[in-house]
Design a binder for this molecule. Structure first.
Ligand SMILES: *[C@@H]1O[C@H](CO)[C@@H](O)[C@H](O)[C@H]1NC(C)=O
Ligand SMILES: *[C@@H]1O[C@H](CO)[C@@H](O)[C@H](O)[C@H]1NC(C)=O
Length: 454
């Protein structure tokens, strides 16, 4: 009996140790792109110019989100990979609708960057961090047509751990049939279409992805056999930085890094974004976020029309004393790390902005710079209302710093603009919150935090 209890105790404690070991927690710096500490820092541009260009990118992002939501993807890529012309995809397999969840919206330039390493020996790259796409990818050699980048192209032949993903294997079949082909050595060739006229083609590979951890006193984290895209033909009608030349996808789909790390990170990651052009970094954390008592949580949904995005439900917005209701329950707003602005569906925007005008009650500036819609001048003696975004089950309280941007000429502009399609909750509103994505429980949590100090 005694022996049995001891054995049982031993078994249970071993299991506990193993469980805690598998929940790796580690953090990576999130670098604000416009900060003097960023490799993309441009000292020639003023703060106002930087904000305006980021706001225009935000509009582009919103248009592409809605493009993806409306139009089905085009047929297979016309250009063939240089060395190995792929055979045409087999016509036998059925509908591609579940697989359309892999279409990635255009990456644009994200406003926050992260470093990651790939291969053995590992090479480090600066990447755009994107919760609105799944596949992580970079440009590889040999390349047929690549956009210019400062770092050398990634060379899979120099990595002892690189393996092609076979075209009949599961990761490849996650791409819709008209967006994949089988290469001459049965490797998986994928196509990412971005809007109507931009795309990238590459081979799908497995390799070790690693991160050097910060602030945790650990050596970082290494994930062997992670699926990523090795692009060899890109044709973009938009500009991509020569310095940030990788994309890390943290969307909800099965190919995203968050989904691939799965159990190893307890199906959770979180980010904490510092203000635009701050001189400190925020954090991207894999594993549970630090416990705090001010957490609120809301379920996320996946909408087949916007498959690589986390969709939340916004029940209403309180502006000062007034509450604007959306009357919707089924998921009506995408939460996105890339655009700075919050884009509200036209009907909600109209009610929202009239409440804002009522609450602030000063003359609207006539010269709101594009794409801003509502600006006021001489803000020093204004009374800004408090804003509460009422997501289902989660009231997120936002102060003026999350809702307004200060520009030249004493202008202060609202960071919320109307959208031509679905609403998007942008990153300016999320600054100084820890935002956790729990892919297991399908929920997003918000905790107010000074992101410069974690
Ligand atoms: C890129 O695509 C455009 C049309 O979409 C085409 O005219 C152009 O030749 C392409 N460029 C390259 C380098 O393939
Ligand atoms: C966050 O902490 C930093 C460093 O302690 C401080 O300078 C900054 O004012 C704080 N920000 C906010 C919004 O409290």
């Amino acid at each position: 009996m005694h022996h049995f209890v001891l054995t049982l105790f031993f078994l249970v404690s071993t299991m506990l140790v193993d469980a805690s070991k598998s929940l790796m927690g580690f953090s990576i710096d999130l670098i604000p792109r416009h900060s003097p500490i960023s490799p993309l820092y441009n000292s020639q541009m003023t703060q106002t110019e930087l904000v305006k260009s980021a706001a225009l990118r935000s509009i582009t992002r919103s248009k592409r989100v809605n493009f993806i939501g409306q139009i089905s993807p085009p047929l297979s890529p016309s250009p063939s990979p240089s060395s190995s012309p792929p055979s045409p995809p087999s016509p036998s397999s059925s509908s591609s609708s579940p697989a359309e969840s892999i279409i990635t919206p255009i990456p644009d330039h994200g406003e926050y960057l992260m470093r990651f390493s790939l291969g053995t020996p590992s090479v480090e790259r600066l990447a755009i961090f994107d919760t609105g796409s799944d596949l992580s990818w970079l440009q590889c050699t040999p390349c047929k047509t690549c956009y210019p980048q400062e770092a050398p192209l990634f060379d899979p032949t120099q990595s002892s751990t690189y393996v092609d993903v076979p075209c009949e294997s599961q990761p490849c079949t996650l791409f819709p049939q008209n967006q994949r082909e089988c290469g001459s050595s049965k490797q998986c060739i994928y196509l990412h279409q971005y809007g109507t006229d931009s795309f990238t083609i590459g081979r799908l590979g497995y390799d070790t992805i690693s991160f050097s951890s910060t602030g945790m006193g650990q050596g970082g984290a290494t994930f062997p056999k992670s699926v990523f895209g090795c692009a060899f033909y890109s044709n973009f009608t938009f500009k991509i930085s020569t310095k940030a030349n990788g994309f890390v996808g943290l969307g909800p789909g099965p190919l995203s890094l968050a989904s691939q790390l799965g159990d190893q990170i307890g199906h959770k990651f979180s980010y904490c974004m510092v203000p635009f052009s701050s001189t400190s970094t925020g954090k991207l954390k894999f594993g549970s976020m630090a416990p705090t008592n001010e957490v609120v949580s809301t379920p996320f949904m996946i909408n087949p029309s916007y498959p690589s995005y986390y969709v939340l439900n916004l029940e209403g917005i309180t502006v000062g004393q007034k509450k604007v209701l959306t009357g919707q329950i089924g998921g009506n707003i995408i939460i996105d790390s890339v655009p700075i602005l919050t884009h509200l569906e036209q009907g909600i925007y109209t009610d929202f902005i009239s409440s804002v005008k009522e609450a602030i009650n000063v003359e609207v500036a006539e010269d709101a710079p594009t794409p801003f819609e509502y600006c006021v001048r001489n803000p020093t003696n204004l009374n800004f209302p408090e804003f509460v975004f009422h997501f289902t089950g989660a009231d997120v309280v936002l102060g003026p710093k999350n809702m307004f941007i200060a520009l030249d000429n004493n202008l202060v502009c609202m960071t919320v603009v109307p959208s031509k399609g679905i609403s998007i909750f942008g990153n300016w509103a999320q600054v100084n919150f820890q935002v956790e994505y729990d892919l297991g429980e399908k929920k997003v949590s918000f905790a107010p935090t000074n992101c410069s100090t974690i």
